[in-house]
Design a binder for this molecule. Structure first.
Ligand SMILES: C[S@@+](CC[C@H](N)C(=O)[O-])C[C@H]1O[C@@H](n2cnc3c(N)ncnc32)[C@H](O)[C@@H]1O
Length: 306
């Protein structure tokens, strides 16, 4: 009888890049990636190839399927920056598996976790559409991120990349005016993943930060020294309290990660202006409120060298 759930998945690089290189990028592509604002489009044709997070046909933008999906192109850019071919990528909050699709495109081994059976079923169909990538595997696991250490061997993860829940800040009916003016199936819907008590999206933000810290405390020894962990989060405006409140989710996540033993290396801004469809008016004339959907943070940490 098998007693260990540990996965026998590859984590060594399979490309011929020099041992001291972080990734398979050329110096020219590395320089372009140093610009800290990553836009959905740029006028400059030369840069467009690198920075463009256009949506492609494989991207899922149907909120009935999942309310918060990032583009395959964004995942490919992060994976390309922080890994070589063959190395291991882990996504603790997998959603409908965008990071696995990107890993398959780039021949990286990858494992992702989600507690929602419906998302796992969707991922299996989604991965079947992507041609297999020789010498690498991409595995979705139906389990809590809190159990990651039961599956992954210590010192094997080169990149942990995810977009986690934003505490319970999606756990409210949508009142977004920019959507109300159109035919809008989402109006007054709760865009929450689940009401499962294990779901970090059910927690108040302070409790959420505590759980993130515990999950990443478990992930830290599974990482290779100097392995990166990139977390994609927005800040959120909530009307749960009278007058509303800005919740700086990225600051909660920063503190959780540092307390878990990670060190912040880079902050990138994902400029999403070009994918926000229509801007409604908020707060006018007395209360100035920027739209949180127009950009998100990409916080890049690493496991400090031993
Ligand atoms: C923002 S979504 C990730 C979306 C993903 N980046 C994509 O493109 O599909 C966050 C996910 O975390 C999952 N989740 C919440 N709590 C979890 C937990 N304790 N363990 C694993 N997954 C969890 C939710 O079901 C949700 O799908």
């Amino acid at each position: 009888m098998r007693t260990s759930k540990k996965l026998a998945i590859g984590h060594q690089k399979t490309c011929g890049c020099p041992a001291n290189h972080l990734n398979c990028l050329t110096a020219k592509d590395w320089i372009k990636s140093q610009i800290g604002v990553w836009r959905t489009e740029l006028d400059d044709k030369e840069f467009q190839r690198v920075f463009e997070f256009f949506y492609e046909s494989r991207d899922v933008r149907d909120k009935q399927i999942h309310p918060a999906v990032f583009p395959v192109n964004l995942a490919k850019k992060i994976i390309g920056l922080f890994t070589h071919e063959g190395e291991l990528v882990v996504d603790p909050f997998l959603g409908i598996g965008t990071s696995l699709v990107a890993a398959r495109d780039l021949r990286r081994n990858a494992v992702g976790f989600d507690i929602n059976q419906r998302y796992l079923d969707f991922i299996r169909g989604r991965l079947q559409q992507v041609p297999p990538s020789e010498g690498s595997e991409q595995l979705p696991i139906l389990d809590d991120a809190r159990s990651i250490d039961q599956y992954i061997e210590p010192g094997t993860i080169k990149l942990a990349f995810t977009s986690p829940p934003y505490a319970n800040l999606l756990n409210r009916p949508r009142l977004n005016k920019s959507r109300r003016v159109r035919e809008n199936e989402q109006y007054l819907k709760v865009e929450q993943y689940s009401q499962d008590p294990r779901d970090l999206g059910t927690l108040e933000v302070e409790e959420y930060a505590g759980e993130m810290k515990e999950i990443y405390r478990k992930i830290l020894p599974l990482m290779k020294p100097k392995g990166h962990s990139v977390i994609n989060v927005p800040d959120v405006w909530t009307n749960k309290v009278p007058g509303g409140r800005r919740v700086p989710v990225h600051i909660y996540v920063y503190h959780a990660m540092v307390e878990a033993g990670f060190e912040l290396r880079n902050t990138m801004i994902w400029d999403r202006n070009n994918i926000v469809n229509r801007i409604g008016i908020f707060g006018w004339p007395s209360n100035f409120i920027t739209m949180g959907t127009t950009f998100e943070y990409l916080l890049d940490f690493w496991r400090p060298p031993d």
